[in-house]
Design a protein around this ligand. Structure first.
Ligand SMILES: [Zn+2]
Length: 552
């Protein structure tokens, strides 16, 4: 009996321990959701897709080439809305959504009910942290949906750390979302990285220490000369092209070297328009990774970086300039160093990076016209003044059109209501006037865009970009090659055309296949792809789909 009892006990013990072992084994394999330790989103402001290949031969091995040679490139990624501007782009990348839904209808937009202008991240209820200036009165409150970074925070019960960094406030704030631990942006007045009371009441010690190094002045003291002998910049027009390129204030010509050491007394904001702005941003990104121990957490962290200087340089010099070629060659070196930093500090197989852009940019219209390509500069201000004269004489309302920003007719709705004028009749008059203007291809009543006699691709972009409370009443579509440009030098963006909507999209690292596709992909697909990679919910305004070919 005793023996029998003992053997039963023994058998049971063996059985239980075997079961426990099996369970332990299984538990090890599935005890945590497979995720990278860190996701780094990189938005290169105004980076056209073709820059990946335009300067490819001159890139180093560790930057853009590494992304393409190790990662997965979606070579036909486009924006599906207008206006193609910075705030809408950063919002779309991180929300998988479009202005009609996410609410960021432009960098600046008009609240239609009141006629009041609104900056995308303006928030007068919060204060600057880190400077005496007002540049910190910013928050993500105008963004109406969640970001993929919000969803990561929600999915991990706020244990994941999320930080946004960009020279431009909107480039740091919108990607980091509503629930971010922090967003930092650059303050021209102090030369400091700042934030707002939306996030915190005092800068962390590491940001103060970073600011104390006065790196902007150190960079600008070096002047900006070309990285290589200027004769090797074969992808760019002659350096002295004042017809196509804007000058720095006080400079005689738009040429290299740029004597930033002599110009820096005007203020540290100068760094924005030099490649050093990108270097400085990545310096702060590295400092954030180190000080905040990003990627060392028990759950995935997320760093959202936007590199703004490419946009400032592009606007000033255009896309065919030595200055922009040099800016990309320098950015390539900075990216190589940044990826090497991630390898060392996070571990090569432990992080996922994606690199994309918020929009592209057009060739300078004068440059195109000089080479026989139809293109010209549109003068929105003159068109608006003329349109307002026509409307005033008919309806007796002064300044009926508040702005033509974002290529939209923003009407003075309170005045129209006061006068009990017919909005429909006014819109018809606007459309009739605009259709006769040089450079205008279409003028479309937003409310009826779906039935407008337009190619489907344009209709879709208008409908996706139309936020009823924040967009103008009429969408103006210019002819290809045309843009609204005051001085006519440099470049801009904002239209539906491929030069503005075709962006790079490359993923690399943990969970990512190597390869590329030319199949159509969309800016709205970025956030759901990252969500799929992380096994978290897609943002709540998302209309994109995960790019399954990218994921392992
Ligand atoms: Zn931009």
């Amino acid at each position: 009996m005793k023996f029998k009892y003992l053997s039963v006990v023994l058998l049971s013990v063996i059985a239980i321990s075997t079961f426990a072992q099996t369970k332990k084994k299984t538990a090890t394999a599935t005890s945590s959701v497979p995720r990278p330790k860190l996701v780094v989103g990189i938005v290169v402001d105004q980076m056209r897709w073709d820059y990946l290949y335009r300067y490819y031969d001159r890139y180093q091995t560790g930057g853009f080439k590494r992304l393409l040679n190790e990662g997965f490139s979606c070579d036909n990624t486009n924006l599906d809305y207008i206006p193609t501007v910075t705030a809408a782009g950063h919002s779309c990348i991180y929300t998988g959504s479009v202005p009609a839904i996410h609410g960021i209808a432009g960098n600046d937009f008009i609240i239609q009910a009141t006629g009041k202008p609104m900056y995308c991240t303006e928030d007068t209820t919060v204060h600057t942290v880190g400077s005496a200036s007002r540049a910190g009165e910013m928050s993500p409150r105008n963004l109406l949906v969640t970001t993929v970074t919000d969803e990561l925070r929600l999915a991990t019960n706020f244990r994941s750390k999320v930080i946004g960094i960009a020279l431009k406030d909107r480039g740091g704030i919108l990607p980091a979302g509503h629930t971010a631990n922090a967003a930092y942006w650059f303050d021209d007045a102090s030369g400091n990285w700042i934030t707002s009371t939306y996030y915190m009441n005092d800068l962390p010690a590491w940001v103060k220490k970073f600011n104390d190094q006065k790196l902007p002045a150190q960079y600008l003291k070096q002047d900006w000369n070309t990285l290589y002998p200027i004769g090797t910049y074969l992808q760019s027009t002659d350096d002295n092209s004042p017809k196509y390129e804007g000058k720095f204030p006080g400079a005689d010509a738009p040429t290299m070297p740029v004597k930033t050491s002599q110009m820096m007394s005007r203020g540290m904001g100068l760094i924005r328009s030099t490649p050093y702005g990108n270097s400085l941003t990545l310096d702060l990104a590295k400092a954030a990774i180190y000080a905040e121990k990003l990627g060392k957490n028990s759950v995935t962290d997320f760093l959202a970086v936007s590199l703004s200087s490419t946009d400032y340089v592009g606007h000033q010099f255009g896309i065919n300039a030595v200055e922009i070629e040099d800016t990309y060659l320098r950015l390539d070196r900075d990216l190589a160093a940044f990826f090497a930093y991630l390898d060392t500090n996070i571990g090569k197989s432990n992080y996922t990076v994606f690199l994309t852009a918020d929009h592209g940019a057009a060739h300078n219209p004068t440059f195109l016209a000089d080479h026989g390509v139809p293109a010209s500069v549109w003068q929105a201000r003159d068109v608006m003044n003329n349109l307002n004269s026509v409307l005033e004489s008919k309806y007796g309302i002064k300044k009926m059109v508040i702005s033509l920003d974002n290529y939209q007719v923003n009407l003075n709705n309170p005045a129209i209501a006061d006068k009990k004028a017919s909005e429909y009749a006014i819109k018809q008059d606007c459309i009739a006037f605009l259709q006769k203007q040089a450079g205008v291809a279409f003028a479309v009543d937003m409310q009826n865009a779906q039935s407008a006699n337009l190619p489907e691709a344009l209709r879709t972009r208008i409908v996706n970009g139309y936020n009823i409370e924040r967009s103008g009443a009429i969408q103006i579509i210019l002819k290809p090659g045309w843009f609204d440009g005051h001085g006519g030098t440099g470049t801009t963006h904002g239209t539906w055309n491929p030069y503005d909507t075709h962006i790079p999209l490359v993923f690399m690292g943990w969970g990512v296949q190597h390869g590329h596709t030319n199949l159509p992909t969309h800016m709205t697909d970025i956030a759901p792809t990252v969500a799929a990679l992380l096994h978290i919910q897609t943002p709540n305004g998302n209309i994109g789909v995960p790019l399954v070919q990218v994921l392992k």
